[in-house]
Ligand binder design. Structure first.
Ligand code: C2E
Ligand code: CA
Ligand code: CA
Length: 836
């Protein structure tokens, strides 16, 4: 992934140009040196002297003090000593020859880069020539027998060589390392001065010994002197470098204290190459099955991806990434220097320290990432349905709440509530695994069909919801809902069987007030309408709101409704909680309005009761209920039917006669009819009512007390009206699992019923846990969405005939292990109609 930028190429070109210039200049100067030597008839020196200068040069270059400027090594050598000594003794060309030969030998031995070697040699030619020219100008004549350079001449010559050295060296290094001359120079200046001063002192000493013709034995001290100076310099430099290195290391490890693994790796790789002046650094992560290599040079990361490493083998330096206590291994750290490099003991130690700091940082970042992952997983689990992976109810509510709080820009929003028809049959006949597979497939299809931004959720059981957002027009909601339900139309295959999924969807547009609860309620109303109409979808109509409907009814709608038989009746089965068998059905009135669709009692009952149409309405309901009862009986399901009676009807003196007439007309035995009375009667009304009811009771009609537990004085009602059944209000059933009061009410109702020999029916049973709880409290009958929603008499008959688990007439599997449940001592009744 390392891409050489055009920047790199430009640098290369400039570098080559500069070096070329230096080489050409050096060639010219060398030619002049030779020409001058020939012109002045310089003598050929003794070979021994040449060899000596060559040898000293070689040694000087060899014991160079290395400082690394980025990855370009540079440094100081003692070569000034043989150069100046040589210039005092020999003509310039010979010095150039000896010194550059020494240098070339070292370069060859080091297998140095040829380009750099040529540059170094050319530079040395210029340096020697400058010093030689200065000596000649100041009157010194090179001679082995009578050297005669003055101290001043030597000093000037040395300074000249220094100047040329710097003039050539810094521009080239600046280009090569992409730094500025000033910066490099300032870095080196103090080092330079001390080192050059030491060199100059040595040179002056040698010169004086040579010039004064003193005993050459004195020269024997020179290597010792140089050696001492050299070691001292080396130590000083090293201490300095070490101090600097520690500082950098400390800075870098500080930077590594990030919890972001990417950041840790990228910083470490880039800083690592600076810290060790390596060409490139690689971090190879192998811990816990990771395959990741991060490579960087001093400019930054050049590769981050899967392995293998680029650098391997003994040309690079490899360090295990492990924590100090070796408890954690992250992988490897590889330094590449573009050639063979041996690290000093200090650098090895630095590498170990860096490696373990990096490893600790990697471990911390990995631990943090894992923590983050667990948190994310938890957040995901809390918001999703484990079976289908869809959002759950909570998530849907949260999203909707955000919308209602005005925190989203979802545009026009609608809720589509989807309920699968006959899903229980799949579960009962094919088993739960197949049921789960169906739910997963349905979820997948809904999710695929959803538009971007829509939230598809599973509310539980076979209920799904889709929050449709960004609807350009409200009317679009229906279109989108139909598309989603359309996605469920093609048969799906479960365990080798083709299954058709039918579903009903209710659509409601987000209301201005009431929030998600109101939205859910509206969608539920619409869904229920769709279900009973046998249509795929229905939309909640705002016109159905009670206020609007009431207004319409004053305009004489009720009369028409009765005349046109717009009042129809749905039936909700009442089930034996233990066996799951249907034991009776409750008639619930609906208004099939030509314009507004199905209206529920909540929306029209009050108006009906206040109008003159109540008797006609009640008669219509009773008529249909008894007709339905006959149809079921003919099909072999002899179920009593329960009909709700308004308190107002009971106050009507003609009411008992109407009921008995209807019974006779349909030829239904009076015991097959249950009248459900609301608890809302006042004490003064009770006397009148009880007289009317006595007549019916004597004829054999059964009575039930509806919404038991919500009225003011249930006991006074019971003492006036001898009923056969108590219907526990839905509110207590809903609260059963969360409120001990609700459980107490249910238990005391059951106890009361037992002592009065009444049947107890629980209303609004929506879940299996509720069914279990009620059963354990001694309640034996119930109705609610768990078993069935209200439906037409024809559909109820179909449902009865299909049954559950191969048992016609049953809507739920029997409670297993029923014998273990603490039961009422009294024999369980088989149906509300047969009690009392
Ligand atoms: P109710 O007699 O208490 O009827 C039960 C109500 O609870 C019905 O509402 C039924 O659809 C609903 N329900 C049944 N199972 C569940 C469940 O599991 N969860 C929930 N949330 N609700 C469930 P609906 O049909 O809207 O009837 C409302 C009320 O209207 C009835 O309450 C009854 O008092 C009255 N009503 C219904 N039909 C007639 C009628 O023909 N004549 C008179 N006078 N009143 C009626
Ligand atoms: Ca009722
Ligand atoms: Ca009720």
């Amino acid at each position: 992934m390392h891409t050489r930028s055009s920047n790199d190429d430009a640098t290369d070109r400039r570098l080559k140009l500069l070096i070329g210039l230096v080489v050409v200049l050096a060639a010219g100067v060398a030619t002049m040196d030779v020409w001058h030597a020939i012109a002045t008839h310089a003598a050929v020196p003794h070979p021994l002297v040449l060899v000596l200068i060559y040898a000293i040069s070689l040694i000087s270059f060899r014991i160079k003090i290395v400082i690394r400027v980025r990855s370009n090594q540079s440094g100081f050598t003692w070569v000034g000593v043989p150069i100046m000594a040589g210039l005092v003794l020999l003509p310039v060309p010979w010095v150039v020859l000896c010194v550059t030969a020494g240098m070339a030998t070292v370069r060859i031995l080091n297998r140095a880069d040829p380009l750099r070697a040529v540059f170094a040699i050319a530079k040395e030619v210029l340096v020697i020539s400058a010093a030689g020219a200065a000596l000649l100008l100041l009157g010194a004549q090179p001679s082995i027998d009578q050297p005669q350079a003055s101290v001043a001449a030597v000093v000037v010559a040395f300074l000249a060589s220094w100047l040329v050295d710097d003039l050539v060296f810094y521009p080239v290094i600046a280009v090569a390392s992409r730094s500025t001359i000033g910066k490099l120079y300032r870095n080196d200046i103090s080092e330079q001065v001390i080192f050059r001063a030491a060199t100059l002192a040595t040179i002056i000493y040698i010169n004086e010994v040579l010039v004064m013709g003193a005993s050459l034995v004195l020269l024997a001290f020179v290597p010792a002197l140089v050696g001492c100076l050299h070691l001292w310099r080396l130590r000083r430099l090293r201490t300095q470098q070490e101090r600097e290195a520690w500082r950098q290391l400390a800075d870098t490890t500080d930077e590594l204290s990030s919890v972001d693994l990417n950041q840790v790796l990228h910083i470490a790789a880039a800083q690592g190459s600076k810290l060790f002046s390596a060409g490139e650094v690689e971090i190879d992560l192998t811990a816990s099955g990771v395959d990741r290599v991060v490579r960087a040079d001093t400019d930054g990361v050049t590769y981050d991806g899967p392995g293998p490493r680029k650098f391997d083998g003994d040309l690079s330096i490899t360090n295990e990434l492990e924590t100090r206590d070796r408890s954690y291994q992250a992988g490897l750290l590889v330094l590449d220097f573009g050639g063979k490099v041996k690290l000093t003991e200090f650098e090895q130690y630095k590498l170990k320290t860096f490696g373990s700091a990096l490893c600790t940082a990697i471990r911390n970042a990995a631990a943090y990432a894992e923590l983050q992952r667990i948190n994310e997983q938890n957040a995901y689990d809390a918001a999703h349905d484990p079976l289908t992976g869809l959002a759950n109810r909570r998530e849907l509510y949260e999203r909707a709440d955000e919308y209602f709080a005005g925190r989203t820009d979802d545009g026009v929003v609608a809720l589509l509530l989807i309920d699968l028809n006959h899903f229980k049959e799949v579960n009962d006949t094919l088993g739960h695994a197949a049921g789960d597979a169906v739910l997963r497939e349905v979820a997948r299809r809904l999710d695929d069909a959803a538009a971007p931004g829509d939230l598809v959720a599973r509310l539980g059981g076979d209920e799904f919801a889709v929050l449709l957002v960004n609807l350009l027009t409200p009317a679009l909601a229906t279109h989108r809902a139909e598309q989603m339900l359309g996605a469920l139309e093609t048969t799906l295959e479960v365990e080798g069987m083709q299954i058709t999924v039918e579903a009903a969807g209710g659509i409601a547009l987000a209301p201005g007030s009431g929030g998600i609860n109101e939205l859910m309620r509206r969608a539920d109303v619409a869904m229920y309408q769709a279900k009973r109409a046998g249509q795929p979808t229905a939309t909640y109509a705002h016109a159905q709101d009670t206020a609007d409907v009431e207004r319409l009814m004053l305009g004489g709608e009720l009369q028409r409704a009765v005349a046109e038989q717009e009042f129809v009746v749905d039936f909700q089965p009442i089930v034996d909680l233990g066996s799951g068998e249907v034991i009776s059905a409750e008639a619930l009135a609906r208004w099939q309005h030509p314009e507004y669709g199905y209206l529920t009692p909540m929306q029209f009952l009050e108006t009906v009761e206040r109008s003159g149409q109540l008797p006609a309405f009640a008669d219509a309901v009773l008529d249909q209920a008894l007709a339905a009862s006959n149809v079921w009986r003919a099909a072999g399901f002899d179920l009593p039917v329960a009909v709700n009676v308004s308190p107002r009807s009971l106050l009507d003196p003609r009411f008992p006669a109407t009921v008995l007439t209807r019974l006779a007309r349909h030829d239904v035995p009076p015991e097959r009819l249950v009248l459900e009375l609301a608890e809302t009667l006042t004490i003064s009304q009770l006397d009148t009512v009880s007289r009317a009811l006595d007549e019916l009771r004597e004829a054999g009609v059964r009575l039930a007390l509806d919404d038991f537990g919500t009225g003011v004085s249930p006991l006074s009602v019971l003492s006036h009206i001898p009923v056969n059944q108590l219907k526990i209000d839905r509110g207590f059933v809903t609260a059963l699992e969360t409120s001990s009061e609700a459980a107490a009410v249910v238990r005391s109702t059951v106890d009361l019923a037992r002592s009065l020999h009444l049947t107890v029916i629980a209303e609004g049973v929506e879940s299996e846990p509720q069914r279990h709880a009620l059963w354990e409290l001694g309640c034996v009958a119930g109705q609610g969405h768990l078993f069935a929603r209200p439906m037409s008499s024809v559909r109820l008959l179909g449902t009865l005939q299909r049954g559950t688990g191969g048992r016609p007439g049953a809507l739920a599997s029997a409670l297993h292990d029923a014998g273990a449940v603490v039961r009422m001592p009294r024999r369980r009744t088989t149906g509300p109609g047969r009690t009392g």
